[in-house]
Ligand binder design. Sequence first.
Ligand SMILES: NC(=O)c1ccc[n+]([C@@H]2O[C@H](COP(=O)([O-])OP(=O)(O)OC[C@H]3O[C@@H](n4cnc5c(N)ncnc54)[C@H](O)[C@@H]3O)[C@@H](O)[C@H]2O)c1
Length: 374
Amino acid sequence: MAEVNVALIGYAFMGRAHSNAYRQVTPFFQPALRPRMKVLCGRDGAAVREAADRLGWEEAATDWREVVARKDIDLVDVSTPGDTHAEIAIAAARADKAVFCEKPLANTLREAEEMLRAVKKAGVTHMICHNYRRAPAVTFAKQLIDSGRLGEVRHFRGTYLQDWIVDADFPLVWRLQREKAGSGALGDLASHSIDLARFLVGEIVEVAGALETFIKERPLPDKPRKKGRVTVDDAAISLVRFAGGAIGTIEATRMAPGRKNYNRFEINGSEGSLAFDLERMNELEVFFRSDPGGVQGFRRILVTEAADHPFVKAWWPPGHIIGYEHTFTHTVYDLLEAMAAGKLPSPNFEDGVRNQKVLDAIVRAARSRRWVKV
Ligand SMILES: NC(=O)c1ccc[n+]([C@@H]2O[C@H](COP(=O)([O-])OP(=O)(O)OC[C@H]3O[C@@H](n4cnc5c(N)ncnc54)[C@H](O)[C@@H]3O)[C@@H](O)[C@H]2O)c1
């Protein structure tokens, strides 16, 4: 089996999730290309060395520029905050490496477009990590929609709710600073709902929007007695129109007490409906009008049947459920298979740019308080 030498930049939340995916993908999926966990890169030498040992990387490094230029690296994985995505991804593409980048693709539409130009010019493989597409229930929902079971799709209702900044004393971390994160709940959470909407329903062509920052100042992480300004949205709401005629809503917030990672969508078509909730990610709720009268109603499909449900056959027998981390393993598997086949995986930087155009349009719509074309 041929190998792909991977360099991972960033080793905290997503760095751990991606490391786990590279470790699990070969034993469970036997991809045509096997990832070799070559270098982990961060900024603090001692901390990155400790993380490399713990997460299973051969080497640790502190200068991403040196790492992406190395001849023995084939794939660069960008798992850092948004302000570094463009610089790292463009340098990696210019060094002829495949690039796997976390979402949102960049902090601005311009940066995202530059990234797309760079990977196209270099002719390298590129992928963006919208991992929820590969929750088996979501992939199964896509199969149901594509096979026509829902009929003509009319509604998409996406909500992505969390509560981790509801406390006004929560510090001003990078995710609350526009220069680091680009935006708040919008880019962090709504970008996932937008990707699911595009994946399942189609292109979004027009949006209206509202953004709100409820807590405008927060304690500085290193000087808790001092406060700094929050420069991103706490909450984002959008009405959307799809190219195919459907309409939808997308709501994202980190200010919904009790909601931890409530990534939910419901889709209604002329012949039926389906609903997904990440916190019950092995299940899909479906309703079909064609079901016999008298027993019609929503039913809960446990999406673990190897014969019908994508990805699950690599894991456990039916009913032996899987979790959040598996979505990353599935994503990495498809990336490796695409690299082996010389094909472009999906979603890729084209999708990242289209997603960013929707994010950008929501910001413009919120500012102007008008509908805006994407
Ligand atoms: N796919 C998902 O579901 C998902 C979930 C969470 C975060 N994300 C995305 O992943 C990215 C990282 O988020 P996170 O939650 O892992 O953040 P994090 O704060 O947990 O980790 C960021 C990592 O990047 C490192 N880093 C920061 N600047 C760096 C630099 N200049 N050079 C090298 N390393 C640097 C930090 O040391 C840290 O290891 C963001 O783009 C975020 O939007 C995606």
